[in-house]
Design a protein around this ligand. Structure first.
Ligand code: ARG
Length: 571
């Protein structure tokens, strides 16, 4: 199907002024409805044609042959505004949705691979509330990239290697815990969390424990069988809980290649760094100097021979490039790690890999919560509760459940639906603003059914579904009379639906799920207005309007899905 933009571009190109490509680049969608559906600024031509933009727009208006579906053009102050015929817009947009279904607005495959490294928590600890950000931004980006034509590899780069494991091992042995297989198999991440906490406390009194932990990690790296056994039990205990939470959140990965996966790939990286004369001894450490980029040295190896976070990220980058030939590799990790990624990317540059430019750190702001005094602070909650992600999810679910019990106590599967609304509410609250902004979290505004919230957009979807259910039949395109879908409310809604493809593309180009979140709000608002103003069931235009309801539901369902929200049908 040819888009309006394309047919406008072709029509303008025939006037020998702009080329088709120029028109496609310049064409904008005006804010004001009175300025039409598309607007072509003529300023860029003024120099070339030695004419005022106003004159150019006026001349174009008289010369252009209106393409099908465009009802008029109007020159205004150097812009040429195009007005789409409403019934034509309705038929072209809704036909397209009917044809493509949920994938309406998706791009065709571009045969490029993008790697998305997200969530990637440290093993041995429970997921904290702040892990929601990387997890849900990454989850949404992976869906958006896929919809925009990419092949996506979703990677969880688990923090399953490093001194932290030395600490856990030291503490486990110190407490004289059982080494029996069945005890190790039944370890929980909760116990590990406590163990970790005890280490922090006790090591304040006995600082030598820190050295013991480092030595224990070295022993683990050297392959000691007992230490390996403990490490693997710790990892399994954490993974079990991790998978439970991911599945509840609707999040999944193609690979769980954590830091330990790169252990045997590190010697080759060290050799390569040495061959390229990049490895330098500095105070007992092996480093790569990065002063030519105004960056501190990148630490590669400690004096005891153990490797570091950056070393494993280097090995991972080289492995990913070789394994997947990515055209882009995204790291969805908080802003605090910017320096780390700059260093890793620049070491790759020094290694002469020009694909270092394809590596992108996707940073984001922190979650802020209000203190008793009403100040917004990082990582503190009003009553000191709910800093574990599972507790926050549970609390969100309980709050929604009590709401359901009040309004719709007979709802089937209400526990599950409450969990899905709760998780979606937390997610939407995280995704609705540009990712670099800090997220202000407060229960009342995140869980509200009004305003820019998850429940609000989900509720719009539920209402569309409920109209379809009440109608009891599916409206067919043959039954639709396009002329009945031209009043303001229907027209505004259809205009919003027509922007799905360009919104996905923009969200993908800028790595901003927020663009899609704002778009979901626009759909919800336009849908609410349409349902309010144009009675659907029982009206003379029922079949046509129901068709618009169905089309809107399809678009909204997919947009919710791209955001990682649950498109529930009943609440
Ligand atoms: N495990 C790290 C942390 O919790 C995040 C890992 C991000 N990904 C990476 N390839 N470095 O801080």
């Amino acid at each position: 199907m040819i888009s309006f933009e394309q047919s406008i571009a072709a029509a303008v190109a025939k006037t020998d002024t702009f080329s088709e490509e120029e028109v496609l680049q310049l064409l904008t969608i005006p804010q004001e409805t009175t300025h039409g559906n598309f607007s072509l600024p003529c300023f860029a031509l003024a120099k070339k044609m030695r004419l005022a933009p106003k004159i150019i727009a006026e001349t174009l208006a008289t010369k252009i042959e209106l393409p099908q579906g465009i009802s008029k053009v109007e020159p205004v102050n150097g812009y040429l505004n195009f007005f789409i015929e409403r019934s034509f817009l309705a038929s072209s947009v809704l036909t397209h949705i009917e044809e493509k279904g949920l994938s309406y607005g998706h791009a065709s495959p571009n045969h490029k691979t993008v790697i998305i490294d997200y969530s990637s928590p440290n093993i041995g600890k429970e997921l904290a509330f702040h892990h929601l950000r990387s997890t849900m931004i990454g989850n949404s980006l992976s869906r958006i990239y896929k919809a925009n034509g990419y092949h996506v590899e979703r990677i969880n780069h688990l923090g399953d290697w490093g001194t932290a494991f030395g600490k856990l091992i030291v503490m486990y042995l110190r407490e004289g815990r059982s080494l029996e297989d069945d005890v190790l198999e039944n370890l929980t991440v909760k116990e590990l969390n406590i163990l970790y906490g005890s280490f922090s406390k006790i090591s304040k009194e006995y600082p030598e424990l820190e050295n013991e932990a480092r030595a224990a990690f070295t022993r683990l790296e050297e392959g000691d069988s007992l230490y390996r056994k403990l490490w693997s039990a710790f990892k399994n205990a954490t993974l079990k809980e991790l998978l439970r939470i991911y599945s509840m959140m609707g999040v999944s990965f193609d690979h769980y290649t954590g830091e330990s996966f790169f252990e045997d790939k590190i010697p080759a990286v060290l050799d390569e760094l040495r061959e390229k004369n990049l490895l330098i001894k500095s105070q007992e450490l092996d480093v790569v100097m990065l002063d030519d980029f105004d960056l501190p040295p990148c630490l590669i190896r400690k004096s005891d021979g153990s490797t570091l976070y950056a070393t494993r990220d280097l090995a991972a980058a080289l492995y990913r490039k070789k394994e997947y030939q990515f055209s882009k590799c995204l790291y969805v990790v908080d802003l605090g790690q910017s320096l780390h990624f700059k260093q890793v990317f620049h070491v790759l540059k020094k290694m002469n890999y020009d694909w270092y430019q394809e590596m992108v750190h996707i940073p984001f702001g922190v979650i802020l919560q209000q203190t008793e005094e009403g100040k917004w602070e990082k990582g503190k909650t009003r009553s000191g509760t709910a800093s574990l992600l599972r507790d926050v999810i549970e609390a969100a679910k309980e709050k929604i459940l009590s709401f359901i019990n009040e309004k719709n106590p007979d709802l089937e599967n209400k526990e599950e639906i409450a969990t899905q609304i709760g998780i979606s509410a937390l997610t939407f609250n995280d995704l609705k603003n540009r990712r670099l902004m800090d997220v202000k979290f407060d229960w009342d505004s995140a869980l509200s059914f009004d305003g820019a919230t998850g429940p609000y957009v989900q509720n719009a979807h539920v209402r569309l579904c409920s109209i379809m259910r009440k109608a009891g039949y599916t409206s067919k395109m043959e039954d639709v009379s396009w002329d009945t879908l031209t009043d303001d409310a229907a027209y505004e809604l259809i205009k919003v639906l027509s922007r799905k493809g360009s919104t996905i593309a923009k969200a993908c180009e800028t790595d901003e799920p927020s663009m899609l979140a704002q778009y979901a709000l626009e759909i919800a608002e336009a849908a609410h207005r349409f349902i309010h103003q144009d009675r659907v069931l029982g009206s003379a235009e029922e079949k046509s309007r129901l068709f618009l309801v169905q089309s809107t539901q399809i678009v909204l369902e997919n947009v919710l899905d791209l955001l990682g929200l649950f498109p529930i049908r009943q609440m």
